[in-house]
Every structure is written in C-alpha cells, then in structure tokens.
Design a binder for this molecule. Structure first.
Ligand code: GUN
Length: 282
C-alpha cells in the first residue's frame, strides 16, 4: 500500500507553477494577481485564507486579501465583486465562503466571470466542465485528479465511485473523472445498497462529511481510496475513511491530514496561473 502524499505532491505542483511564473516575469510580463474577498472573520476561514496567501507567496502570485465588514449589504458586496470583475489587472477572484447568513452566497458567487473563477464555483464553470470544455475545475477535484496522475494511477476504463454530490466536490469530481474516461457512479445519502456499489470501485472518493464513514467492508482489495473529509471530533481531526481499518486493503490511500487538503490549495494556485496565462494570450 502506498500513501498518496498530498504535501509532497502539492509542493511539486507549486514549484512547477513558480518556474512558469518566473519565466513570464523574466520576459517582462505583468504580475499574476489573485484577489481574495473575505467578509467578517470566521475563524476557519482565517486559517484557509492564510494558507492560500502563503501558497501564493511560494508560487509568485501577488495576492491581496480584501477584508469586508461582516455587516456589509448585499448590494455593496456585489459592487465590490463587479469592480474586481472589470479590473483587467486581476486574474483570479476568490470569495471565501461561508458568507454571513444575511448575504445571498449564490448571487454573489455568480458575479465572478468564468475567466476569473479560479474556485470553479459558478454555474458557467460547472457547465463548461459538464460539456468537457476549458473552464475552471474546482480545486478539490482538480487537486485529486492531479495527484492520481502524478502517482501514475491509471484512470481510463476504471470504475470510480464518488460518495457525495455537493456542488463544490462531489458533482465536479464525478464529471472530472468522467472526462478522464473513468466509468463513474455518483452515490449519495439516498443511495440504496451503498456497500455493494463501493465494493466494486477501483477508485473510491469519499466526500461525505461524516467521520470514519467508509469502513473496510466497503472497499475492494487493491482499490485506490481518496478521503476528502475533514471532520473535527473529540478524538481530533478525522477523515471520512476509517484509515486504520481500510489502509491494508488499498493499493493507494490518502491520509488525513496531509492528503487532499494541501492539493486543494495547490490546485487553486494552478487555476490562478492558468487564468493568468489565458489572459496573456488574449
Ligand atoms: N471555504 C471553505 N473552503 C473553501 C474553498 O475552497 N473556497 C472558498 N471560496 N471558500 C471556502
């Protein structure tokens, strides 16, 4: 069994991106810019935003964290997003979620133009993915596909089972694996006979949000198991997979922490650099 090392793989991806940007900058091109909008000061968001900012620094992306008052009105926030959308010097826009309850998250997110939607959260981005066209794949699925390929894990023709159908992870994950020629089954809370399905998976992606949900009897011998879960429990941070029980059955498995998490941040960097490169070509 091989541990899929997200920290190492993320480091490699960030180094590749740093080299790319250094070449552009040496050629006299302008800087790659990411704007991060954060409303209020949700403690979990503070940690995520700090990690994203650190990654930008390592890659050579000029990031700016725009902090907005937690009582900001919907219209003022929308105005801010639209001003960044119209600013040609900005290549990527990220609205850190969740937003305070009084704000309409979907309405704000949808204002990010597809060419700057480095989170891949808009309807247009998901639509482009569905038809197999160039848009932005959201960062967790993107990071997972990058990591599987980096370890030389074959995807074409394999049966991939995704548990979870969120807009940010489950759905784009299923579409991304379909675009990689996997045979994909999308499972969720209403799925009947879940165990019978997961036991046929060559690649099993757990994005359920329930600690230790995937047990050894749900996993086929030799499967590749990817754990998207980050669940805070009384026993500390736990994934969606019962790692200790499942690991021996797998050919490859991601740990929590140190698996998918670092890849998500690295793939945000990848999307931002892609947005920059596309803008240079236009
Ligand atoms: N909140 C938690 N994770 C994320 C993420 O990946 N992107 C954004 N925009 N907000 C988040």
């Amino acid at each position: 069994m091989v541990i899929l090392d997200g920290k190492e793989t993320a480091k490699k991806l960030k180094e590749e991106l740093n080299k790319k940007l250094s070449c552009y900058y040496e050629g006299g091109n302008k800087k790659c810019k990411l704007k991060i909008l954060m409303v209020g000061n949700n403690p979990a968001s503070e940690v995520y935003v700090r990690n994203k900012s650190k990654a930008c620094e390592a890659v050579g992306i000029e990031d700016e964290l725009i902090r907005l008052d937690e009582n900001i009105s919907q219209s003022k926030l929308e105005e801010k997003v639209l001003s960044l959308a119209n600013d040609e010097s900005v290549h990527g826009i990220l609205i850190q979620l969740p937003l305070p309850k009084h704000l309409d998250e979907d309405a704000v997110t949808e204002l990010v133009p597809p060419e700057k939607d480095v989170d891949g959260f808009t309807t247009k981005s998901l639509g482009l993915l569905a038809v197999g066209k160039d848009g932005f794949l959201s960062c967790t699925p993107g990071g997972i596909v990058y990591m599987l390929k980096n370890y030389g894990i074959p995807l074409a023709g394999k049966h991939a089972v995704v548990i979870g159908r969120s807009k940010i992870v489950g759905k784009p994950m299923a579409l991304a694996l379909l675009n990689e020629n996997c045979t994909v089954t999308a499972c969720h809370s209403k799925t009947e006979n879940l165990k019978e399905i997961t036991r046929t998976a060559d690649i099993l992606i757990a994005a359920v949000g329930r600690p230790l949900f995937v047990t050894a009897d749900m996993v086929k011998d030799g499967a590749v198991v990817v754990d998207v879960g980050i669940n805070r429990t009384d026993d500390g941070l736990k994934g969606d997979v019962d790692f200790d029980a499942v690991a021996d059955k797998c050919s490859y498995i991601t740990p929590v922490p140190g698996g998918v998490g670092p890849m998500t941040v690295a793939y945000l960097m990848n999307n931002t650099v892609t947005a920059y490169e596309r803008s240079l070509k236009n």
